[in-house]
Ligand binder design. Structure first.
Ligand SMILES: O=C(O)C(=O)C[C@H](O)[C@@H](O)CO
Length: 254
């Protein structure tokens, strides 16, 4: 048995845009519903959603039947959480608020077995199909993807060095946090924030890496894709459900 190819990593390596959706409802059922859209990747949010290892695993299990690449966002860069997430089968990780190259190197080390890193070794787990994927431990890095979020001015200032770290694949802008930390709370459209967002893309590109962003407004997503962002989340399960329900009810209340 072989590990299934990481189609998101392949798209990123080829410089092909890959559109995704944000799964915030911590539900295997809603994530399975969203996966039917054919999105290139699905973010399973462990930072701002009530996800835990079991709910993340349940979502990974339902996604096993789809081509969408699950990207698991952890609440921090804690190496224990990285180990646990990878052992249940998360090989594409998004880590919030990465601020320095040293921090990025520590995250890469936590994701990899010795001698490259210090990921704890377990002979069989969900990640290697319970021991059925031959050579998993030696080859795991081939299908790994690390998405480092740039969400504050320190990360912005160090974006080039973070992008240059071997093992970092994507610089991903957190538009809400970045704008808030730049004095424009929740407003990534602010001119100085837009310049910062472009600077992240440029820093990634100069290091030969990809860039990404969450852009739930289509006009923004179209613009970011046209500018060269390739990993773009264009909506969320929460937003689609809440705003869709609001609009539907409002349409009968006029
Ligand atoms: O800073 C941001 O914006 C993100 O990282 C995305 C949010 O955390 C996401 O939950 C949507 O609000």
């Amino acid at each position: 048995m072989q590990e299934r190819p990481n189609l998101l990593k392949a798209a990123i390596a080829a410089g092909r845009p890959c559109v995704g959706l944000w799964c915030s409802l911590a539900s295997a059922l809603t994530t399975e519903v969203v996966a039917g859209s054919g999105a290139g990747w699905l973010l399973i949010d462990g930072e701002h959603s009530p996800n835990d290892l079991r709910s993340v695993m349940a979502q990974l299990q339902v996604l096993g039947g789809f081509t969408s690449e699950p990207v698991v966002r952890l609440p921090s860069d804690d190496p224990t959480l990285i180990k646990q997430a990878m052992d249940i089968g998360a090989r594409s990780l998004m880590i919030p608020n990465v601020r320095s190259a040293d921090q990025a190197r520590a995250i890469v080390a936590a994701m990899n077995y010795a001698p490259r890193g210090f990921r704890g070794f377990s002979v069989a787990h969900r990640a290697n199909a319970f021991g059925r994927i031959a050579g998993y431990h030696a080859n795991a890095r081939a299908q790994q993807l690390l998405v480092a979020q740039i969400e504050c001015e320190t990360g912005l200032a160090n974006a080039a060095e973070i992008a240059a770290v071997d093992g970092v694949d994507v610089l991903f802008v957190g538009p809400g946090d970045l704008s808030t930390n730049m004095g424009a709370m929740g407003n990534p459209a602010a001119e100085h924030v837009q310049k910062a967002i472009s600077a992240v893309r440029v820093a990634a590109a100069k290091a030969g890496k990809a860039s990404g962003i969450l852009a739930p407004v289509k006009a923004d997503a179209d613009r970011y894709l046209a500018d060269g962002f390739t990993m773009v989340a264009v909506g969320s399960d929460l937003g689609l459900l809440a705003r869709g329900a609001d609009a539907l009810i409002a349409s009968f209340n006029r």
